[in-house]
Design a protein around this ligand. Structure first.
Ligand SMILES: [Fe+2]
Length: 284
């Protein structure tokens, strides 16, 4: 499919990653400055119980998208049919606008090491992963987004840059990209490339969602721990991303040291405040 035939995903607005710590506040306060939630798929791929109870109650009031960590789309093992069946059932339950997973591998021979490992950026890997994404997307009957992960190492075999790799896979698989702005910042720092150059080479129509998160800086390297507020240089990069990609659904992703909901809403409002004037300028 040629670039300009790609249909852009709907702009859902400004969302949050749904976390168990916030279930009660979301239901009690039903904040209207959250436009949508991203749920962690694996938390709800269960047969019953409290998580599904809360999920259904919250879904009544907010659109949802799904984010997974276990597909291992870049792994050598065959795709896990049972996992995909359960993922599809969940997508039907919450009427997910789309689902995403990471551009990585998470283990071999059926062992999930629960880490998002980077891939060698080669043509072979592009074809292999694009083929797998097509299979998954056909089965799921919903758009799939692949997320750029942050990395701390490079493979000697890599013949492409990370942005070439991500873009080629999205084009070849005809899927979308979940651009994690913090991960770009982290990888740019660790591998000493220009994050702006990364943004400039990602095809605009392919970007369906942004993640914003905090990280831990160890001086010589940065780890995307998702346990801090978003830092100023990442907000600046987000502004650059809005300038290039336009109105893309944006969310704050916090996985650890989860603060009260109102603190995250404050960060989400900051994203709105950054995006609004840029989008108005583009529209004018
Ligand atoms: Fe992310």
């Amino acid at each position: 499919m040629h670039n300009n035939e790609v249909r852009r995903l709907p702009n859902l607005g400004f969302g949050l990653g749904l976390r168990t710590d916030h279930y009660d506040s979301v239901i009690a306060e039903r904040p209207d400055n959250i436009d949508w939630f991203e749920i962690l798929s694996e938390n709800y791929m269960v047969d019953g119980g409290k998580p599904l109870h809360y999920l259904d109650a919250i879904r009544e009031h907010y659109p949802m998208v799904m984010h997974g960590v276990s597909m291992s789309i870049g792994g050598a093992d065959p795709l896990d049919r049972d996992y995909l069946k359960r993922l599809k059932a969940l997508a039907g339950r919450v009427q997910a606008a789309w689902f995403s997973d990471h551009l990585c591998w998470t283990g071999v021979d059926g062992t999930n090491i629960h880490d998002l490992l980077p891939l060698p950026y080669t043509e072979d890997a592009v074809s292999y992963i694009a083929r797998r994404i097509k299979q998954v997307q056909d089965f799921m009957e919903r758009p799939m987004l692949i997320e750029n992960v942050s990395s701390y190492l490079n493979y000697k075999d890599s013949s492409l840059t990370e942005w070439e790799f991500v873009s080629a896979i999205a084009e070849r698989a005809d899927c979308y990209i979940l651009l994690d702005i913090n991960n770009i910042y982290v990888s740019a720092f660790n591998h000493e490339f220009d994050p702006q150059e990364y943004l400039d080479h990602i095809p605009v129509e392919r970007v369906g969602q942004f993640h914003l998160a905090g990280h831990t800086n160890y001086g010589d390297y940065i780890v995307d721990t998702h346990d801090h507020p978003v830092i100023d240089p990442v907000w600046d990069l987000y502004a650059d991303a809005i300038r290039r990609f336009g109105a893309v659904p944006t969310m704050i992703e916090r996985d650890d040291h989860i603060p009260p909901l109102r603190e995250l809403l404050h960060e989400l409002d900051r994203a709105r405040d950054i995006a609004r004037p840029i989008l108005e300028e583009i529209a004018a």
